[in-house]
Design a protein around this ligand. Structure first.
Ligand code: PMP
Length: 364
């Protein structure tokens, strides 16, 4: 059967069909017949083994050795804007931030709530978040050891091509929207984090990979549940977790490994995004993407029509064509196609066909 509806949501977003089918089956038959993964104790050996296997599989995908902790934390990526500072920064220590779009600005603003001395090493707002200058020209603070950046800005559709290592700072990266989309040398980073609801499964958990030796004295006033060491020492089960999110992660990893892993995902992301950018660039200016070409996201393709009214009409036309959640983020406007790993090429082709039809209609 040819699929007729495609989900371009930025997150929570589409799941691979195979994952949904297996999850449906597991609702009736997982622990034993009649008992699903949502209905078992998180202390049951089968569930504990599942969480541990998820950790091992993430370690082996990225080649993460024992000098890093792999932590699964509830609370979403937003919680990490506080947690990484609490776990890594020393008392009153400030950090550098690269502001390349919506989420890096939020991470900076959240961090400022605890220390007004945090510093913007790169501020992309002046150019509308359309490009990222060479990081060797950034103005880092001599006081900071760490640099926080968002590898792929989900709202603006701007992505780093390589990590900003030339700053000489220890890198802290939010990879919420491009985790599992390309190979990544974890040893170049102090910490990465990623909410799971985009390219790793469903909402409820955030993956954190952190270099052990960077952990500082965890503040006595901060909650144990946000301490990386505490969660890890409790085998990532310090309290009742969203069990279904762990389970879906395990199904997602099954599917992802069958897909071919990180390099295969990278190839597919490049191919699918290139198809879309080509359609935009070949539209004689009807569709526009404002991001400088090297930084165009392989995951969240932002674009617009000549007017906001036409953008709205496009979103409604697209829905009738089976193209869902194509509207841009409320703070940014325009349109956005989120093409995570689970988006088949067929979905991108359907979107392009819809774009061409809409352009023809609007030009009449
Ligand atoms: N960082 C990035 C890059 C995101 O895309 C998002 C969510 N869209 C967040 C952080 C915030 O994630 P959450 O809602 O899970 O806290």
């Amino acid at each position: 059967m040819t699929q007729s509806n495609f989900n371009f949501s930025p997150g929570p977003s589409l799941l691979p069909e195979a994952v949904k089918k297996k999850a449906k089956q597991a609702m009736w038959d997982w622990y034993v017949s009649g008992i699903s993964p949502m209905e078992v104790s998180h202390r049951s050996p089968k569930f504990v083994a599942l969480v541990s296997e998820n950790e091992q599989r993430i370690r082996s995908l990225y080649g993460i050795d024992e000098s890093y902790l792999v932590v699964f934390m509830p609370g979403g990526a937003t919680m990490q804007t506080y947690a990484w500072c609490a776990n890594l920064l020393r008392t009153d220590e400030c950090a550098d931030f690269a502001i390349t779009g919506h989420w890096s600005k939020i991470a900076y603003q959240e961090a400022l709530r605890n220390n007004a001395k945090h510093h913007q090493a790169f501020a992309g707002e002046a150019n509308g978040y359309t490009s990222i200058s060479d990081c060797s020209t950034w103005k880092c603070s001599s006081m900071s050891r760490f640099l926080h950046f968002v590898d792929n800005e989900t709202v603006h559709g701007i992505e780093f091509t390589t990590p900003p290592t030339a700053t000489g700072k220890i890198l802290i990266s939010d990879m919420s929207s491009n985790i599992l989309s390309r190979p990544c040398n974890i040893s170049s980073y102090g910490l990465i984090y990623a909410g799971m609801q985009k390219n790793m499964g469903i909402a409820g958990l955030t993956l954190v990979v952190v270099k052990k030796e960077l952990l500082s004295q965890y503040p006595s006033y901060a909650p144990s549940l946000l301490s990386y060491q505490y969660c890890y020492d409790k085998n990532n089960l310090p309290n009742t977790p969203p069990t279904i999110s762990h389970y879906i992660l395990s199904l997602y990893l099954d599917w992802f490994l069958e897909l071919g892993g990180l390099s295969a995902a990278d190839e597919q992301c490049k191919k699918k995004s290139a198809m879309l950018y080509q359609a935009i660039d070949n539209s004689n200016g009807f569709y526009k993407n404002s991001i400088e070409k090297p930084f165009r996201s392989r995951i969240n393709v932002t674009f617009s029509t000549p007017t906001p009214e036409l953008d709205a009409q496009f979103a409604s036309f697209a829905k009738d064509c089976g193209i869902h959640f194509i509207k841009g983020h409320a703070s940014h406007g325009g349109l956005r196609a989120s093409i995570y790993n689970a988006m088949p090429e067929e979905g991108v082709e359907a979107l392009i066909e819809c774009m061409n039809k809409f352009k023809q209609r609007a030009s009449l």
